[in-house]
Design a protein around this ligand. Structure first.
Ligand SMILES: [Zn+2]
Length: 303
């Protein structure tokens, strides 16, 4: 009897599985922040893996099941998920997490969003950034805004956990602030340096660390490279002595490699989301990984 009790308590201890709040997010970055803020009271799972294109996630039946059981859905908004999420949300038949419901959080609210269009929004030329750049989580300042919004949302859905969420949020913010000191120190020597990126995924990252995008391998976000654009880009990289092409892990490397070779540059596979490589295991580790990769590559060449 005693052994059974002990076994029972061990099991209860090792599987705190009955999380109070089930969170589903589009990208792994939001899941990482939600887990950090939610701690043991929350189970946060992302639909997209960190090495997948966040615009074009292949829907799976398991997504519908996850959504049907979710208490909170966190999305990037700005139409990032428009290609796959709306039908899944319909099929999940979960009214709690529909846009406008208490269990829905658009993480872009309150964040600094770059490239917001000023005129009439159209999808001419297949632009997948119609409402501004949706890759805004790649600025740790926005990560802080997102964490605060998640803490407020969790506290309203689960008021009994409010104190715990506050404590977890403070710990997350402290860790992020420490990280920012490290990242600033590593990248400060390269302020003003221009790079090329494949997709326009890193404007907030580059702005935060005082770097610049000289151009993109894609002529427009979501539009595949054309020969004419590629020639222009090679010329621009030669003229401006651009050393690096930052490429998301989900594109074919051959195009960028050929451009880099002709322009005397090199390609870095840069990670846009948590889990894109095993080392980028959470939101802070993602920046540690990318910043070190970039700083090492810039150091390796004369400016
Ligand atoms: Zn994009």
């Amino acid at each position: 009897m005693k052994r059974l009790l002990l076994l029972g308590s061990l099991l209860a201890f090792s599987t705190p599985a009955s999380a109070l709040v089930r969170v589903v997010t589009s990208t792994a970055d939001f899941a990482s922040i939600a887990q950090a803020v939610g701690g043991k009271r929350v189970e946060a799972v992302s639909l997209a893996k960190g090495y997948q294109d966040p615009h074009f996630v292949e829907p799976k039946p398991s997504f519908i099941l996850r959504l049907s059981r979710a208490d909170l859905l966190i999305v990037a908004g700005l139409d990032l998920e428009t290609g796959y999420l709306p039908p899944l949300l319909d099929q999940s038949r979960n009214g709690k997490i529909r846009p406008g419901s208490p269990g829905y959080l658009d993480a872009s609210v309150g964040c600094e969003i770059l490239e917001r269009p000023s005129g009439v929004v159209t999808r001419a030329m297949g632009d997948v950034h119609p409402f501004g750049n949706p890759h805004y989580w790649l600025d740790p300042r926005n990560g802080r805004v997102i964490a605060r919004a998640i803490a407020a949302k969790l506290s309203s859905l689960d008021p009994a956990g409010a104190a715990e969420y506050r404590t977890n949020l403070a710990a997350f913010e402290a860790r992020l602030a420490e990280g920012e000191k490290r990242w600033d120190a590593l990248l400060a020597p390269f302020a003003g340096t221009e790079v090329v990126t494949y997709h326009n995924s890193w404007p907030t990252f580059l702005k935060r660390f005082r770097l610049k995008a000289a151009g993109y391998v894609e002529p427009k976000p979501g539009v595949p490279p054309s020969p004419a654009h590629t020639i222009q880009l090679i010329n621009l990289m030669r003229t401006r002595r651009v050393q690096l092409i930052l490429m998301e892990p989900y594109f074919d490397e051959r195009g960028p490699q050929s451009i880099a070779q002709k322009a005397g540059a090199r390609v870095l596979t840069f990670i846009p989301s948590v889990g894109g490589v095993p080392a980028a295991k959470d939101y802070v580790a993602l920046f540690d990984y990318d910043v070190k990769l970039l700083a090492d590559a810039l150091k390796a060449r004369p400016r």
